[in-house]
Write a protein that binds this ligand. Structure first.
Ligand SMILES: C[S@@+](CC[C@H](N)C(=O)[O-])C[C@H]1O[C@@H](n2cnc3c(N)ncnc32)[C@H](O)[C@@H]1O
Length: 410
């Protein structure tokens, strides 16, 4: 058994009660921020998730499905039954590609082969997935770096020092994950000095003596800069976390899909209505689940714009497109010029998957066939659109289209 695994097998039984930063609410909030925009069916993975504390807390709050992967079965034995546990090395995880919407790695990377683990993250994330890396960093200790490094090495000889935020950012960027946000968070904490010194027998005895020597001889100015102080047999300290949020896709070699969006208009008793529907791609795009959108779809090979529009409208709603109001002079994508005022094109760039949307105003006949794609199409009064746009969630590509339409109808 490797030494890191041995250490965590030993630490497992009192890991939850002993680890001071584990239950910090703000740290939890920062680590799970991208999940706030996800519905509760997002599939989540905690790599090196230990006792499953973070996974279980989010599960209790949201009901989301979590998997914890960890090298130590003893840590895994503490993971609650509601959370799936897989005993595996983070460098090679026995799960299929693109299995997760969200992946977190907290306080683990320093024990692993960093590049291999980050490649696993990239492989396991779904196309639109998010990744959070939370890691203790030295950025808060610039002037006392050698002292802090020495303490870390004595307390945890198996840990690699990953250094500063800048090093971690570099490793993540190498994997082509796109960094959306990179921040630090500093916690102050205090812990029983005896526990800190001995930690469940995992700190070598010789190191304990040296640790004791350093702590008992701290200079006052070092204490005030680092926050390291021994008061009433409690050790006070501060801890700086680097927290990086990434999207799976970088802008390298982005794909562009051409999408035809339709504003399907009808007039009834002097009132204008258009068709809106709710996005229902639960598994592929959970973060847009239940968001309003126009009927729309990607242009397929050799299709004209109106062939795409006709096909997509029928597939999504059961309606038959029979006439176009705007534009009236284009047939294929090649006919569109950049300054064409009667075609609204919008670009929605998100990373690897980008959309160029062409919006057409059309008429249709027939009745909705509900249940075809579960999209719940409905006629929405044009007068209510402005309010809806301000207060409800819309698919980003369609927002400028609908705004322009509202201007157009006055
Ligand atoms: C400090 S604990 C952090 C646990 C958890 N992420 C948390 O935030 O509470 C580090 C965890 O990483 C696990 N670990 C270390 N090296 C690993 C590896 N190569 N593969 C998978 N897990 C590993 C350990 O077993 C331990 O549970």
């Amino acid at each position: 058994m490797n030494d890191i695994k041995k250490q965590f097998q030993k630490r497992a039984s009192d890991y939850n009660s002993y680890t001071k930063w584990l239950k910090d609410e703000e740290l939890f909030r920062l680590c799970t921020l991208p999940l706030r925009d996800y519905p509760n069916n997002a599939k989540c993975l905690d790599i090196g998730g230990g006792t499953g504390w973070l996974a279980y807390k989010d599960y209790k709050e949201s009901g989301r499905k979590w998997t914890v992967v960890d090298i130590s079965e003893d840590m895994g034995n503490i993971v609650p039954n509601e959370i799936e546990f897989i005993c595996s090395k983070a460098e090679s995880i026995p799960l299929p590609d693109e299995s997760f919407d969200f992946i977190i790695i907290r306080s683990v990377l320093e024990y692993t082969e960093v590049d291999k683990v980050l490649l696993e993250v990239k492989r396991l994330l779904k196309e639109e997935g998010y990744f959070v890396l939370a890691q203790k960093v030295m950025d808060g200790y610039i002037t006392d770096i050698n002292l802090i490094l020495k303490l870390e090495q004595l307390r945890n000889p198996l840990k690699k020092n990953l250094g500063f935020m800048s090093n971690i950012n570099k490793s993540v960027s190498k994997t082509n994950l796109r960094i959306l946000n990179s921040r630090t968070y500093t916690q102050n904490y205090s812990i029983s000095y005896d526990k800190w010194l001995k930690r469940n027998g995992t700190i070598p005895e010789a190191n304990q003596k040296e640790l004791e020597n350093i702590i008992n001889n701290l200079e006052v100015d070092v204490s005030s800069r680092t926050g390291l102080k021994l008061i009433d047999n409690n050790l006070h300290s501060k801890l700086t976390w680097g927290i990086i949020t990434c999207h799976k896709n970088s802008y390298v070699n982005p794909r562009i899909n051409i999408v035809v969006s339709m504003i399907v208009e009808k007039t009834l008793n002097d009132k204008k209505y258009i068709v809106l529907q709710k996005r229902k791609y639960l598994y592929t795009e959970p973060h847009y689940y239940n968001v309003w959108e126009l009927p729309q779809g990607k242009v397929e090979k050799d299709e004209t714009i109106f062939e795409t529009a006709k096909r997509e409208l029928f597939e999504e709603t059961g309606l038959n497109l029979f006439g176009s109001l705007l534009p009236n002079s284009i047939e294929t994508i090649n006919d569109i010029t950049l300054n064409q005022s009667d075609v609204l094109t919008t670009v929605f760039a998100k990373g690897g998957m980008n959309y160029l949307g062409v919006c057409v105003l059309v008429k249709a006949e027939g009745e909705f066939e509900t249940g075809i794609q579960d999209t719940e199409p409905q006629w929405v009064e044009v007068g209510s659109l402005k309010n809806k746009l301000e207060n409800e969630r819309f698919f980003p590509l369609n927002i400028p289209m609908i705004k322009k339409y509202i201007e157009y109808v006055g």
